[in-house]
Ligand binder design. Structure first.
Ligand SMILES: NC(=O)C1=CN([C@@H]2O[C@H](COP(=O)(O)OP(=O)(O)OC[C@H]3O[C@@H](n4cnc5c(N)ncnc54)[C@H](O)[C@@H]3O)[C@@H](O)[C@H]2O)C=CC1
Ligand SMILES: CC(C)CC(=O)C(=O)O
Ligand SMILES: [Mg+2]
Length: 352
């Protein structure tokens, strides 16, 4: 079959890691007789440099007309360090999420048996940990009104959630939990935040519609602690945008590196597949970043196209690379292979 893949490498390590995912998808194409048409489009700082806007309409058109979007990462320190910058790369990512209606970001966190020793946590804590963070992606504090007072001495960021936004993400999380181990943890800060109290109120009503699923509620500060203390207790965790952003980066420590965790952003239009990490600017152009998070995001993309055997073949190839210790420096300083060598290895393994 023929698939159109909107390809948005972005900034920093984005182009390098997306190149590896493309290699692997081409290998899948060769082996299974599909063709993937990668249509490139600018986003982030590179799009600002090109056309003055981090998510141009032309890029949006390409995404809307594709079967799926493969996304790298955005962000450039030259904007982080400029408090007066009027337009920032991150706005491109938020705009893409809003315009594509990507209200749910699915972030699976599962330990790799061959990497148990790479986690700074004790083996018995991480062995067998396998859960999913379902992060709301188009609401909350990242999208609320924000600004500074005229004299610049105060600033605000509003956090707003509507009933509809909360219901649709909880529904998706319940469906996810139904396909897994039937446990859902709703993470909030309902002891302080009004938005969290609305989340909890809605979840408490909805849990009655899912009697086969065990729902529990946890404050986010407690969840941040328990995630590290005993990650195996979690199955599906659903939470608002910023909490999910923070907790999933924290969760990557369980697996051994932020460079390993993939994600799928799904919603109203075309889905986007992206690593959970950022543009890691310190590594840009050095061919040292771990491409696995992006390659596993490509595996999630294949699953979403209903190419399930193909998605599994990619996961198997990644596991084989980890078992063979054919890894980048974040996993092993001694064995350190380059980004492109790891991509080549995994692509070759897929074709076997
Ligand atoms: N989805 C996106 O495009 C995201 C973009 N950002 C942007 O990225 C830029 C850098 O942000 P940071 O806070 O430094 O987060 P980051 O995720 O880019 O990097 C944090 C640290 O994680 C490790 N890391 C990340 N990706 C890795 C990989 N593929 N291989 C090996 N190690 C990896 C590195 O030690 C790095 O210093 C900022 O401009 C930020 O706004 C941050 C998060 C997500
Ligand atoms: C611009 C940020 C919201 C990106 C981020 O940290 C993420 O999506 O994980
Ligand atoms: Mg993040």
């Amino acid at each position: 079959m023929n698939f159109k893949i909107a390809t948005l490498p972005g900034d920093g390590i984005g182009p390098e890691i997306v190149d590896q995912a493309i290699k692997v998808m081409k290998a899948v194409g060769e082996k299974y007789g599909h063709s993937f048409d990668f249509e490139f489009a600018p986003t982030g700082a590179s799009a600002i440099d090109l056309v003055g806007e981090p998510y141009p309409d032309s890029t949006h058109e390409i995404c809307m007309n594709a079967d799926a979007v493969l996304f790298g990462a955005i962000g450039d320190p030259k904007y982080d360090n400029d408090p007066k910058a009027k337009v920032r790369p991150e706005q491109g990512l938020l705009k893409m999420r809003k315009k594509l209606g990507l209200y749910a970001n699915i972030r699976p966190v599962a330990t790799f048996p061959s990497l148990i020793d790479k986690s700074p946590l004790k083996n018995d804590r991480v062995e067998g940990a396998d859960f999913v963070v379902v992060r709301e992606l188009t609401g909350g504090i990242y999208f609320g009104d924000k600004g500074r007072s005229e004299d610049l001495t105060s600033a605000f960021d509003n956090c707003v959630y509507t009933t509809e936004e909360i219901e649709r993400i909880l529904k998706l999380a319940y469906e996810y939990a139904g396909k897994r181990n039937k446990r859902l943890t709703v993470v909030d800060k309902a002891n302080v935040l009004c938005t969290s109290r609305l989340w909890r109120e809605i979840a408490q009503k909805m849990e009655k519609d899912y009697p086969d699923i065990e729902t529990d509620y946890m404050f986010v500060d407690n969840a941040a602690m328990q995630l590290i203390q005993w990650p195996k207790k979690f199955d599906v965790m659903v939470t608002e945008n910023m909490f999910g952003d923070i907790l999933s980066d924290e969760a990557s420590v369980i697996t051994g590196s932020l460079g390993l965790l993939p994600s799928a952003s799904v919603g109203l239009h075309t889905s986007v597949f992206e690593p959970i990490h950022g543009s890691y600017p310190q590594a840009a152009g050095k061919n040292i970043a771990n491409p696995v998070a992006t390659i596993l995001s490509a595996a999630m993309l294949l699953d979403a196209l209903n190419l399930l055997e193909e998605g599994q073949a990619v996961r198997d190839a990644v596991n084989a690379s980890l078992e063979a210790n054919f890894v980048t420096e974040d996993i092993s300083k001694e064995a350190a292979k380059s980004t492109s060598e790891v991509g080549d290895w995994i692509a070759a393994q897929v074709k076997k």
